[in-house]
Design a protein. Structure first.
Length: 499
């Protein structure tokens, strides 16, 4: 199949997905992911999580071979490559580009004490005003753990990388990174718009460990001869985009401008909004990173709200409360018989670990207002969905306090966004219009590559063919009911957390 194609690779912790996009039509012609079962995560101790970067490369190779075969596309037909990747991971290599230890990935919590000590020692105001976050459990703190606990490994480190930087290195033989990537690792000083030397100095890191910086949208490197031979690609093919999975998900939904929101609601939920001014939450309830279109001249920040207890609560309710064998679609139909506010039943959905929006409290999931004489399964099912939405809105209030004017929410039509109750409640409380699209991260990365190599002049051209599936407007006639239910939920939450 001749033509111009763009390759997107999405390097997750469960699999690596590849998609081929026809550059001219914007259509995805083939997608594949490996492994078909979730990739292993090694946990040597409780709270640890590691993966071998070579596994990502092997899975990228397999998924690439599959899409090229399925679409009958040759290496010379692929005009650019884009990479999306799991955020916050640490990859360490020596001068010969050999990986020195398994990657400490995003869900590993061993570095928390290092980030907390840095926040205390450097000063909360300094960290928040310059990094826009607490050093927390991000890549810099992970490197501090290696430095203290594995000094022999640390001494051999030539460069540190994020997972996407590693895949780009394997493709090109060149090591570099982006401002967006540095910001997610806590290596970027937003005040001085440079590598965060004050944090490097605190941890005792040499600045030489930081890779050269390239623009997010640019010919960052080219496929080298060795990778071309291994993968069946053409030597010299540009690698012209990379971003962490959440900024890339926003890109995939054409979210670039202040006030625009990208949301997902799978096992956990994410609300990712674009801010046009440098700002932060002084209680670190949300994280702030450089968005894909951040530059020295243009402040575009991605504010990330993550809620752990979203789809996992709905799944729990299906297994343990709903009639046996019922589908999610059937659950939604049952739920529709219950009025807004679930007749006074309130569910606090935080039963999947400590929640950042609650300042890392772990308060568990709880049900309130249950009346044995009038409430049934449908009330609990609706209250669960409403509780998830209300947790989103609670976090979105933090984003609004930072100056974000939330008018439109973009999401893929998947997971919780398949539910009318969920969508209408979110629109009803937030007052925002919800637009649902058909896309995914690997397709977005492919189109990002098209922008980076100049095939597309801007994001509007790149995403002109993005398929809008439906639009949900707030029901103004019922807005008061939604807001009353949210106020009741919020009052219950505040009693639980003592505010």
């Amino acid at each position: 199949m001749s033509g111009r194609y763009l390759l997107g690779l999405d390097v997750g912790s469960s699999s690596v997905k590849a998609s081929l996009v026809n550059a001219d039509s914007g259509a995805c012609v083939a997608s594949a992911f490996y492994p078909e079962k979730e990739a292993p995560i090694k946990a040597v101790k409780a709270g640890w999580a590691e993966q071998d970067p070579q596994m990502w490369w092997d899975n990228a190779k397999l998924s690439l071979q599959k899409v090229m075969s399925d679409a009958s596309v040759k290496g010379e037909d692929i005009k650019a490559i884009g990479i999306s990747y799991q955020m916050h991971g640490l990859v360490c290599v020596d001068k010969d580009m050999n990986v020195l230890r398994p990657s400490i990935i995003w869900c590993d919590s061993r570095a928390v004490p290092y980030g907390e000590k840095a926040l205390e020692s450097i000063g909360r105001d300094v960290c928040l005003s310059r990094l826009l976050n607490s050093p927390g459990n991000f890549t810099a703190a992970k490197l501090a753990w290696v430095k203290e606990n594995e000094p022999d490994v640390y001494e051999c480190i030539y460069k540190i990388m994020l997972p996407g930087d590693y895949i780009a290195m394997k493709l090109s033989g060149v090591i570099n990174t982006t401002i967006s990537g540095l910001s997610e690792g806590m290596f970027w000083d937003f005040k001085n718009k440079e590598v965060a030397g004050f944090l490097l100095d605190y941890f005792g890191f040499d600045k030489s460990l930081i890779a050269d910086i390239v623009p997010t949208f640019s010919v960052q490197s080219e496929v080298c001869a060795a990778a071309a031979a291994e993968l069946g690609l053409k030597e010299g093919t540009p690698i012209s985009y990379r971003a962490g999975d959440q900024p890339n998900n926003a890109l995939s939904l054409n979210v670039f401008n202040p006030g625009e929101i990208a949301s997902t609601a799978g096992t956990s939920g994410v609300v990712y909004g674009v801010l046009g001014d440098v700002n932060y939450d002084d209680r670190s309830r949300v994280n702030t990173f450089a968005h894909v279109n951040y530059t020295d001249e243009l402040d575009r920040l991605g504010v990330l709200l993550c809620i752990n207890g979203t789809g996992i609560l709905n799944a729990w309710v299906r297994r343990n409360v709903a009639p046996e064998g019922i589908s999610y679609s059937d659950m939604n139909e049952m739920t529709a018989s219950v009025p807004i506010g679930s007749d006074g039943v309130t569910i606090i959905p935080f039963g999947n670990g400590a929640e950042r929006v609650l300042e890392n409290r772990e308060i568990g999931c709880s049900i309130h207002g249950l009346n044995f004489n009038k409430h049934g399964k449908a009330h609990i099912m609706r209250a669960a969905q409403e509780g998830i939405v209300f947790s989103f809105c609670y976090g979105m209030e933090v984003m609004q306090q930072m100056g974000m004017d939330i008018k439109k929410i973009h999401a893929g039509r998947a997971n919780m966004f398949l539910s009318d109750i969920f969508r209408n409640t979110l629109a009803g409380v937030s007052g925002a219009t919800i637009e649902l699209y058909e896309t995914d991260g690997s397709v977005g990365a492919a189109k990002g590559a098209g922008m980076g190599c100049g095939i597309y002049k801007d994001n509007n051209e790149a995403f002109a063919t993005l398929k809008k599936l439906s639009v949900i407007e707030p029901d103004e006639s019922r807005r008061g009911e939604y807001l009353e239910a949210y106020a009741s939920w919020k009052e219950t939450l505040q009693k639980l957390i003592g505010r």
